[in-house]
Design a protein around this ligand. Structure first.
Ligand code: SAM
Length: 252
């Protein structure tokens, strides 16, 4: 069994009920369990992650558990207040002595990339704060510095819950011991093993489907040739779809 302690991930949210389905399925579920695969109960290791989802309303200072108020200056939409966010962060951080990296999910943050995910996967604790409505009172964000503000893309979602789950999935699949074949993450698109290009196309049985053959080279058993083919396909695909990743795109 490995003896390093599992990554602890906390999420502060107004909608904790959104999380169990995602955190309780597939790879994210398995990573939090001591068994590496349900079919092999003898294959035991420490869980590589633990999830702790906290309802911000539990830290409301009023009996109605209200945590939002209208925006100063008017306009539509509510704003999450400072006090419940601040109190929840203090309480949750006190639950484990290891240093926490605070993350606010916001469309105004740095765009999430694979290198950021790789950095976060090296840390002992992550605390993710999911906003909702118009967002969170700016003063508590200031007071929580240093805090990393991360966006999952240039579009706006109703809340930070899906972005938090996206980030959790991206991080947890990189933790040693999560994936059966560690190499598969290393060679994915944007990853070091693919030179941060797009992945090559993949094929499986049957050999011919709807009259379309899988590339012959993949069935040749010649590993050097297969490797060369995959490298070339990855390069072509990246050139067509994401020339910016090749670093020589004049429009990037
Ligand atoms: N008024 C905010 C703005 O225009 O920047 C948008 C608020 S959004 C409706 C509510 C919450 O969803 C945000 O506080 C944030 O937590 C989350 N959110 C929405 N889009 C996101 C994105 N692209 N990346 C990360 N979080 C996002």
């Amino acid at each position: 069994m490995a003896n390093s302690s599992p990554l602890r991930i906390d999420v502060l949210t107004l909608f904790p009920e959104m999380f169990p389905g995602v955190l309780g399925s597939s790879i994210l579920k398995r990573a939090a369990e001591p068994i590496t695969h349900p079919a092999d109960l003898t294959n035991v290791r420490e869980p590589v992650v633990s999830y702790h989802v906290t309802n911000l309303r539990d830290y409301a200072d009023n009996k109605h558990q209200k945590v939002d108020q209208p925006s100063f200056g008017g306009g539509p939409g509510m704003v999450i207040q400072c006090q419940p966010v601040w109190d929840a962060v203090q309480a949750v951080e006190a639950m484990d002595p290891r240093p926490t990296t605070r993350i606010l999910l916001t469309p105004q943050g740095e765009p999430l990339t694979q290198p950021i995910v790789e950095q976060l996967a090296e840390l002992p604790r992550l605390l993710m704060i999911a906003g909702h409505y118009e967002g969170i009172d700016e003063r508590v964000i200031q007071k929580l510095a240093p805090i990393r503000e991360i966006s999952v893309g240039d579009y706006v979602l109703s809340g930070g819950e899906l972005p938090a789950m996206t980030l959790i999935d991206a991080v947890v699949r990189l933790l040693p011991g999560t994936l059966g074949h560690q190499d598969s993450a290393h060679h994915d698109s944007f990853s070091p093993g693919s030179q941060r290009l797009l992945d090559h196309p993949h094929y499986t049985r049957p050999r011919t489907w709807e009259g379309i053959d899988a590339p012959e080279v993949l069935l040749s058993g010649d590993h050097a040739k297969i490797e060369a083919w995959r490298k070339e396909e990855a390069r072509k695909r990246t050139e067509e779809r994401r020339p910016d990743l090749l670093g020589d795109d004049p429009t990037a």
